[in-house]
Design a protein around this ligand. Sequence first.
Ligand code: ZN
Length: 190
Amino acid sequence: MPYNSTPYNYCPVCGQTLQETVIDNYLRKTCPVCSFVHWGDYSLGVGGVLWHEGKVLLVQRRHNPGKGMWTIPGGYVNQDEPIGDAVKREIFEETGIRTKPLSLIALHDRPSEKHDAYIIFLMDYLGGTLQGQDEEVSNLGFFTLEECQNLALPSVTLQALKASHSATPGLTLNSKAELLSPLSAIYQIF
Ligand SMILES: [Zn+2]
């Protein structure tokens, strides 16, 4: 019965002192007044592998985590933002390059105090001018695989580059699926 996420003391909805309740064999913080249950802490990130004229777009991280490392561009998904929109937005903000998602090629799952899922897309090049975002990016560019060997790449980026060369297309957006919410989408094998 672990409780590994943020040890909240007060209900974020009504301010009542939270109590501990075992739900489905898992210790949860719950509110005795309103219906709030702290289910956990999660974060959702996206990254995109963009090949253009035989070179891949990489950015050098200005800050930790991964300061100085070269990674595919990406970032966190906003609360109400479809993941395909998030990856386009993050790549444009970080690099000035306009793209569109082709398929979902990898997912990095990292359970910890904040359970992090990082979804990796293969992207298509649309256009734009290479312009790094000063706040987050210290350097950027398009690199051949050979040039990548001289850069410090984290293992997740290496795996993403490998996945981008797979003969299988990954998961693609089913634009014909009828789903309950207009913002919902399903990525699937066809
Ligand atoms: Zn409450």
